[in-house]
Ligand binder design. Structure first.
Ligand SMILES: [Zn+2]
Length: 314
């Protein structure tokens, strides 16, 4: 039975099993023949000696005839077996191979199914390896790889060096005369930008890498720092105007956010915020008034930076 362990094909195992059964019955017949010859005539039949000799030889020859038939069958079956070729990989079933030693017939069926399954898996593995080699030869560069390259920077925007962030903020600081940006890092690696826009407003912009996380806009006379002397990231302005501007600034932050081009998106946001320098002197683009419901035009169009009242938004 150990031979079946190494047989790669399930159907082949069935043939092998039949052949082995044939071999077993052949050996049994041969044993029977020799026992028959060794016993000789039994004690009861010793009186009729001549008849007994005939009986013994007749039985022996009939057994021999039987053996001859069985041997012929066995040779035919052995001829039908596929010899294990060197190209076929030997499947190592590990401990599950011991299933084949279980004499219980239902367990033996399980073993054959297991062999089939392993053979199938081996084939899948072989085909996929071949397919992989073929595909590597015809690399679909233009569609797959360039897409992956373009998307990759999006994942690393939050994890950039401090120098890179400082450089970018420095660049924006030089773009605008009336707007000053101060970078501090009260919470470790991530920068907090304190923005002073003329004598109109103060804003705190929290960055995570190159992505803007949170914006708070307050009046010029409201303090940057809280009671403990730390940069106040969350307390909203006490003025309704700047609460509204804070809401719009967060909307703008989300609007300008484009993960592939974070440098540009931060620049666009600060350009947009810079347009609030004339918050109290601008007239609404739609109604032409300074005030509407006691509020100046707190909305700035993202693209044109045109001022609008909340109620006059296009
Ligand atoms: Zn208006």
């Amino acid at each position: 039975m150990t031979n079946t362990n190494q047989d790669p094909s399930g159907s082949n195992v069935e043939t092998l099993l039949t052949t082995l059964n044939g071999l077993r019955s052949l050996r049994s017949s041969v044993t029977h023949y020799f026992r028959n010859v060794a016993d000789g005539p039994g004690p009861k039949e010793s009186e009729e000696r001549s008849d007994d000799t005939t009986n013994t030889s007749e039985t022996a020859s009939s057994i021999l005839e039987n053996i001859k038939n069985q041997l012929r069958d066995l040779e035919t079956q052995v001829g039908g077996l596929n010899p294990p070729t060197t190209t076929t990989a030997v499947i190592n079933l590990g401990n599950t191979g011991l299933l084949s030693l279980d004499p219980s017939p239902d367990k033996l069926r399980l073993y054959h199914q297991l062999l089939d399954c392993y053979t199938w898996t081996e084939k899948v593995h072989f085909y996929s390896t071949t397919m992989n080699q073929l595909l590597l030869g015809n690399n679909p560069k233009r569609s797959v790889n360039s897409l992956a390259k373009r998307r990759r920077p999006a994942q690393f925007n939050h994890n950039v060096s401090q120098q890179q962030v400082d450089g970018m903020i420095q660049g924006i600081n030089q773009m605008f005369q009336v707007m000053t940006l101060n970078v501090s890092r009260p919470f470790g690696n991530n920068a907090v930008v304190q923005v002073t826009l003329g004598r109109v407003l103060r804003a705190v912009v929290t960055l995570k890498g190159l992505l803007i996380e949170w914006v708070v806009v307050r009046a010029f006379n409201e303090p940057f720092l809280d009671e403990e002397g730390k940069v106040d990231l969350y307390t909203p302005s006490q003025y309704k105007v700047f609460q509204k501007v804070t809401d719009n600034a967060n909307a703008a932050m989300l609007n300008f956010c484009s993960p592939g081009f974070s440098d540009l998106s931060v620049r666009s946001f600060f350009t947009w915020l810079h347009s609030y320098q004339s918050l109290f002197t601008d007239v609404c683009k739609r109604c032409g008034n300074h005030l509407h419901n006691h509020m100046p035009p707190t909305w700035r169009e993202f693209r044109t930076l045109d001022p609008f009242h909340e109620e006059c938004k296009p």
